[in-house]
Design a protein around this ligand. Structure first.
Ligand code: SF4
Ligand code: SF4
Length: 180
């Protein structure tokens, strides 16, 4: 890799004060990732989930992050405006201890992919559909990190296969590679 390789960092800035809990972001994300695209709106397929506390008027969009093979031993509890949230409420991981961020048919982990598609979208769909302007898309350039070594990729796949079986993993990889 050349020393001064650059990469684009894609970022969604979340303004929790503007979120009204409409869940349009969940609906469009689920539709975009349905097979075939836009054939269903099951929010269980969304890579963003709005953690809600309607009585306190608090809504926090949380985007699906990395898969983790094991539950963590230490957990976080948040108190916002006097309301205490459940353990792990704002965690981004797809993790064995809860159902969130798992593909409902296969149980495979879900992760926000910034709406990767061909042709490339101008901005992620959840941003476009958020009429409250709670989500704002930003890009910045920074030095590229070294690429993952092939053995690191293999280790990640093996962890998934151990839990879900190779058939399901390969099926998901194939579906991710398809363009519709
Ligand atoms: S679309 Fe915007 S306002 Fe509606 S729940 Fe999602 S982030 Fe909140
Ligand atoms: S950026 Fe795209 S994939 Fe990620 S949560 Fe938003 S709609 Fe879903």
């Amino acid at each position: 890799m050349a020393k001064n390789d650059k990469r684009i960092i894609k970022n969604i800035r979340i303004d929790v004060d503007k979120c009204n809990g409409c869940r349009a972001c969940e609906v469009i994300c689920a539709a975009h990732h349905a097979q075939p695209r836009f054939s269903s709106t099951n929010p269980a397929r969304a890579r963003v989930r709005v953690i809600r506390e309607p009585l306190s008027d608090i809504y926090v969009p949380v985007f699906a992050g990395e898969y983790t093979a094991a539950e963590c031993a230490g957990r976080d509890k948040y108190i916002i405006d006097g309301k205490e949230y459940e353990e792990c409420a704002f965690c981004r991981a797809s993790c064995p201890s809860r159902d969130i961020f798992k593909e409902p048919d296969s149980d495979l982990p879900l992760k926000c992919d910034m709406c990767e598609s061909d042709p490339t979208l101008e901005e992620p769909l959840c941003v476009t559909w958020c009429l409250a302007d709670a989500l704002v898309y930003e890009e910045r350039e920074e030095d590229a990190a070294p690429e993952a070594r092939p053995e690191e990729v293999d280790e990640g796949l093996e962890a998934l296969a151990k839990r879900h079986g190779w058939d399901k993993v390969m099926d998901a990889v194939n579906r991710m590679g398809s363009k519709d």
